[in-house]
Design a protein around this ligand. Sequence first.
Ligand code: NAP
Length: 292
Amino acid sequence: MQAKLLEGGPVAEAILRDVRQRVSALSQRRRPIGLATVLVGSDRASAGYVRKKHEACEAVGMVSHHHHVPEGATQAELLEVVDRLNRDAAVDGYLVQHPVPPGFDLNQALLSMDPDKDADGLHPVNLGRLVLQEPGPIPATPAGIRAMLLHYGVDISGRRVVIVGRGPTLGRPLSLLLSAKQPGGNAAVTVVHSAVPDLSDYTRQADVVIAAVGKPGIVVPDMLRPGAVVINGGISWKGRKLLPDVAESCAERASWITPRLGGVGVTTVAMLLRNAVALAERRVDSDDLRAG
Ligand code: NAP
């Protein structure tokens, strides 16, 4: 069996088409939509992700702003940038690129953000909205994975989904999203992690396996039920080479699998921009209401 590919490109294109139209409609009602990024330190991969986000902004007609907090800066300086962005009327949404270098506290930065400008959907208020299924920005990578399942017609309702990894940006919010009673959700979700002695005990039972760890090749064909859907969310770098959590040989056992490149990453960027335009729409609507 050779798996069909869950390409991120067509999913992202569909999302970005909608975003472009909404950006254009909003820009006619007022000034352009602004998304800002904050890069802490100088990690090459993080700088690359930030660059891609700016390119995507340009492609949909959003204005992007960049703030760099150098490695030698303090947490207080990072919080000053966050405070400035909270007050900057030209910024509708922003994100602090993660992970941040040792010595910086990402959670404190997230807590200091205006939740209504949280383009990554990682502020506790927005994670709470996700739990309550209230509207709000949804963490971009989980949202991109759900969009991918919907786009390719992979129905997970009532099916067994195993997520490997329980990190706050990916595995944990993804488990909320995919178990929620809504389209693209409704699955029986199990989250496994480093305390689980044998991941295969769980993954072999799964209709869908999603890797969210950051350890190359942690998911191998032996761990899969033939015909499982396999999604790679976890990545690490060896020099300039991107290493996925899912071993490439899994394609011989899966029915659907994400490609090594052009999978979850591109849908993540598209979802970030969708969050940003939704935040901007909400701001414009509430400004209009206030203005009468
Ligand atoms: P994280 O917070 O470090 O979480 C990693 C998770 O993996 C933890 O829950 C950890 O378990 C688990 N883990 C570690 N070793 C394990 C093992 N041997 N067996 C089972 N579980 C193990 O990281 P994150 O922020 O959630 O990100 C996870 C991965 O997704 C990273 O590779 C990151 O680069 C990637 N990511 C990709 C995108 C994208 O756009 N493609 C976006 C965000 C994140 P414990 O909790 O027990 O320590």
